[in-house]
Write a new protein. Structure first.
Length: 249
């Protein structure tokens, strides 16, 4: 795969594409390191600490240049501040089949303005907030199945990807972002054991969406032997700008 320059880092924040207003994206993913060290027998001459993983956390920091107005960053960031969790997908370039990190985050910090003569910057910080009963993980590593683009008809869209089989201890996750809305749209993430989807099975449904925003699909428990996944639009009235990510964890 080689190395990648940070030229096109893409952040889809619910129904807002932050990409064109940011120049610094940070996404640390971590577990609390819990110290489980106890006294050692005298025969142990060089004891060392014992640590186990505690609570999982994902944090997103976005920085760039402040802009205000309808459909721009400032109203989006301010409205999200202290509010409900937002569906977030972050990718190195937003292209179909590229790696994407998916999670749900609440925004707790938003900063703007600068010294005289400087461009006005902003910084937004959001932290993972999974929502009761919907998921037991802080973040999911997956792929972009559909990059940001308009759709106005039914059928498969985007690029199918071989995510792999889902074991009995894993789940399938999916997220759908709507950046502009027509009347109503329904889409499904479906799977199959072949790239032609000759016997496709619906796994996650994004049903009856009528407004801009992000939808976190109900996770699907393994084991699933199918390894190919794609997005298919099953109903669409009007034109929608959408993107979709999916992953297994």
């Amino acid at each position: 795969m080689g190395t990648h320059g940070a030229l096109n880092v893409t952040t889809w924040f619910s129904g807002f594409d932050m990409t064109g207003q940011t120049n610094n994206t940070s996404l640390p993913m971590s577990y609390d390191a819990l110290d489980a060290t106890v006294y050692q027998p005298a025969t142990v001459t060089n004891p060392s600490r014992v640590r186990v993983a505690g609570l999982e956390d994902t944090q997103l920091t976005e920085a760039g240049f402040w802009e205000a107005g309808a459909g721009l960053l400032d109203p989006t960031a301010f409205t999200a501040l202290g509010g409900a969790s937002q569906v977030v997908s972050v990718s190195n370039d937003g292209a179909e089949s590229s790696v994407a990190y998916m999670f749900r985050a609440r925004t707790f910090n938003y900063e703007a303005f600068a010294q005289l003569g400087e461009l006005i910057p902003f910084q937004l910080t959001a932290q993972s907030a999974r929502g009761t009963g919907l998921s037991s993980v802080s973040s999911v590593r997956g792929r972009v199945l559909k990059t940001k683009a308009d759709v106005s008809a039914t059928g498969a869209t985007g690029t199918a990807f071989q995510l792999g089989a889902t074991s009995a201890t894993q789940y399938l996750y999916g997220a759908l972002h709507v950046f502009s809305a027509g009347t109503t749209i329904t889409g499904v993430i479906e799977s199959d054991d072949n790239s032609d989807f000759t016997s496709a099975t619906t796994r996650i449904t994004f049903s009856g969406i009528t407004a801009v925003g992000g939808t976190w699909g109900t996770r699907v428990a393994g084991a699933l032997t199918d390894d190919w996944y794609r997005l298919r639009i099953t109903a669409c009235t009007g034109t929608f700008s959408i993107a979709c990510t999916a992953g297994i964890r």
